[in-house]
Each structure stands twice: as C-alpha cells, then as structure tokens.
Design a protein around this ligand. Structure first.
Ligand code: ADP
Ligand code: MG
Length: 331
C-alpha cells in the first residue's frame, strides 16, 4: 500500500543527509574506487551519486527498488540482518518519497535505467553509460508534504550532507570522494574533495584525516592500535595541545561505518582527564572492529546509533589505550 510505504520510508529517510548516507554506502558496498556526489539546494531538489562500482544488471534493477530485496545477505545470514541495520529499505524508501532514477551498467551487460516517482515504478529501459552506477534523487519528500515542512534551511541541510560525506570519507580512505554543489546549475562548485589515499591502512588513514581534519590534527595525532576481548581499536587521537572548544572533532566508526555514541565522548574525557580542563575537548578518530554480534546497530535505521552488548569493555579499551599512547608521547 503506497501510503503505508511512504510512512515507513520517512523512518529510513529523515532528511537529505540520510539519503546521501544510504546512496554513498551503496556505492561503497558496490566496490567503488571513486564516488562523486552532487547536490542542489541542500539536497532538497537534487542528490546525485555517481560511482565506478560493480553496477546493477538490467534484470536486477526492479529488484533493487523492491522492499526488503538486498543482494548483500542470503537466507543463511538471518542473524546478520540485525547486525547491519535495516536491509533492502533505502532505495524503495527514496523512490517512495522522491523521484528516483537509477542508471547502471554491470560488466558484460548493457546499460539500463529505471525510474520510480512517489512509489510508482516505470519499466526498465536502455541507457548509455560506460560502467558503474548513477543514482539521482530529485524533489525529496515531494510525495510527503508533512516531511517537506520539517526540512531545515538549504544551508543547514548542506552542512549535514558535508558532515555525512566527511565521515564516510574517513571510514574509506582508499576511496576518492568529491562533493559538488550544483545549486547554481552547470558543473557547480566542489565543496569537498579527497583523492584515494595510498600506502598501508594507517598511512592512508593518516593522510585522509589530514585532508579532512587539517594538517595540524595529523601532525599532532598519536597512532592507536590495541585489542581487548575481541574488540580491535585503531585510529588516531590528537595530543592534548590540539584540543578543541567543542566535541566537533570526535569520530567513532564501528565495523567500518560511522556511528554516533555518547560512549566516545565519555571515554575520551576519561582518557584525557588529567590533561584537559572541562571546557577543552580532545580530537580523535577511532575505529572499532568486532564480531557483529557484539554490537547492535539496529537502534534506528536513520540514526547511526550503536549499542554495544558490553559498553564497559569498549570504554575501558579506549581509555587505557589512549592513556598509554599519551604516556608514550611524554604525558
Ligand atoms: P541494501 O543496501 O540494504 O541492500 P538498498 O535499498 O540500499 O538495500 O539497495 C538495494 C540493492 O540495490 C542492493 O542490495 C544492491 O544490490 C543494489 N544497489 C544499490 N545501489 C547500488 C550501487 N550503487 N551499485 C551497485 N548496486 C547497487
Ligand atoms: Mg543500502
């Protein structure tokens, strides 16, 4: 039922930035090396994500737009559905609340295109494309006026999109990202660009963090590489001298995806307690890898929240390894 679909879709897609997150994650999952994002009017009138990933075959295009259809888990992985958030919801949701066009070409197949607008799907038709996928979303929430009213200014939505793209770019240093604002038409203006990083994972991450958080962060960053009870912690944490007046430079990633969790704020405060006054906030980008069963990312499909089964272990791991790194650096 179209109305129910639109209500459910509003749960997955809260605002333009959540649409960008879903589309860019799909491009990452497709093995893209370069991802280009174009937005207009804070993403309200246009979001276009272009990737050089594996593409979608013409016969799979309608399936990609069907509810709960995902190519990413098979029936044997039922438990993992809950580990990776809501599955197979993003494209059908976007097609229900906006005008969505997917153009794609998988290796060994012809390019094809499918469009869905307000939940009404057109048949697949031939298209021209060398490879990869272009997903274009126009007029987000045109089909749900109530949602439309809740969108903030173009400026605020653009800022939220910037934030989402930067977090994803931190999580994927080997992928090149370009974010372009095409509000004025034409090629628009590049607002963020990060070329694919090289070297080992730490080199790449260090380079990418310098690109996003600035060279001053990179120059003051301590390498973190620790493990405890099945949790692997890596990343960089800045020296206390490079602290900020707010918690804007604190980033947490769990199993490769950006998440928001108050746990990080508390753990960082604990680690830097002896070195920073309460009005100063440490800067860090930390990556936790663990068995998906030790974490529940399914708290809300649109919010990147996590719930660790045992937050104490994670907190302890962060505090002790950062204190150790700080001590080694002479603190
Ligand atoms: P999910 O990502 O949870 O599988 P989505 O609704 O986001 O669900 O996408 C549905 C399916 O469409 C994916 O499983 C994938 O097969 C295909 N797909 C979506 N975007 C892309 C892309 N950029 N490149 C290749 N395949 C894609
Ligand atoms: Mg997806």
């Amino acid at each position: 039922d179209a109305a129910i679909n639109r209500i459910a879709a509003g749960e997955v897609v809260e605002r333009p930035a959540s649409a960008v997150k879903e589309l860019v994650e799909n491009a990452i999952d497709a093995g893209a090396r370069r991802i280009e994002i174009a937005i207009a009017d804070g993403g309200k009138t246009l979001i276009r994500v272009t990737d050089d990933g594996c593409g979608i075959t013409p016969d799979q295009l309608p399936l990609a737009l069907s509810r709960h259809a995902t190519s990413k888990i098979d029936g044997t992985d039922l438990l993992d559905i809950h580990s990776f958030g809501f599955r197979g919801e993003a494209l059908p949701s976007l097609g229900a609340v906006g005008r969505l066009t997917i153009t794609s070409r998988a290796e060994g197949h012809e390019a094809a295109q499918i469009a869905v607008s307000g939940g009404v799907m057109d048949p697949v038709k031939p298209a021209a494309l060398n490879g990869g996928t272009i997903v274009e979303l126009r007029d987000l929430f045109f089909a749900t006026p109530a949602r439309l009213k809740f969108m903030r200014t173009d400026r605020a939505e653009t800022q939220a999109i910037n934030d989402v793209v930067k977090r994803l770019a931190m999580a994927e240093p080997f992928i090149g990202f370009t974010l372009r604002d095409v509000s004025g038409g034409g090629d628009g203006r590049v607002t963020f660009r990060a070329d694919p990083e090289t070297g080992d994972l730490f080199d790449a991450l260090h380079g990418r963090l310098g690109r996003i958080l600035g060279n001053e962060f990179a120059e003051n960053a301590l390498k973190i590489d620790a493990e405890r009870e099945g949790f692997l912690l890596t990343g960089y944490a800045a020296l206390p001298t490079y602290s900020r007046g707010s918690a804007v430079a604190q980033f947490l990633f769990v199993n490769g995806r950006p998440v928001r969790d108050k746990l990080l704020v508390g753990a960082l405060r604990g680690a830097y307690f002896d070195f920073l006054s309460r009005d100063r906030h440490p800067a860090a980008a930390l990556f936790i890898e663990c068995d998906p069963h030790l974490v529940d990312v399914n708290v809300h499909p649109a919010k990147s929240e996590v719930r660790f089964r045992d937050p104490g272990i994670v907190r302890g791991l962060i505090v002790s390894s950062l204190r150790h790194a700080l001590a080694e650096a002479g603190h």
